[in-house]
Design a protein. Sequence first.
Length: 283
Amino acid sequence: STRKWAEKHQFTVTCGAVCQNADELKQTYNKLRSDDFSKMVLKLPYGSSGKGLRILKNEREFMQLVTFIERRKIQTDLLLEGWHPIKRSLNAQLLIQEEGSHLLSITEQKINEDGIYLGTDFAPIYEQDKKREYEVSMHRIIDLLYEEGYRGVVGVDSIIDINEQLIPIIEINARFTQVTYLLPIICRFFSTYEYIESRFKRFSCSADLPFEDVLTEVTEALDPGEDGGFFIYTFGKTRADDMWHYRLFILFYHMQKDKQVHMLTKFDDMEFSAERGREFAEK
């Protein structure tokens, strides 16, 4: 629906097409191959946050999927897109309301080569012409959604590919997102700190780690100094298959870029192993 909406209003979209069956998928695949796309992505309707999304890295994977669709005679909207190599992955937070609509924020998502979310840069720096182009697109989206009767918060995912092409609409989330919830905290940090960025980590170990032990370990590893710090805004754990599985979201902030990069690198490299869990338990 988002793809069709973007095409209807003549926004630049990724190379690809909405297909109804296996034959149309093959036609689109061959067209994308002729346009030098080797990696592609297939999207099912109503997917979000990586759900209903299949990355196809070669022809063998594509043909396996087509065979599956042909055998089951699947007839539905399937969006096949070329995977644009990404230079920057952007997110805009829009507030659409009767008493005045606003572009609340522009942030940059940190995503790996497989499209997995790693964190967010809340203070990105852009070339002025590209920033203006992006803001014009977002204000146009605000106007169009307002005319259609939408009221509330919207998160828009966008990319700038390696050819400097802005594709303003990859996904539209008509709901609160992580960025929405963090905006009040981000605004508070912006009054003091120049660099603000979040990171996300999953890890598993055999030990049941209290939050305080994880906090101590992270503090000792990062050592932010007096001009910066970090804020753990999500700590969750569950037990399954005789292991404890953890999710950790951290907001990093600093006045000095090199110190900020140092904290981010240290956190990315941290590992919470079973051995580490036993050390915590002994302490």
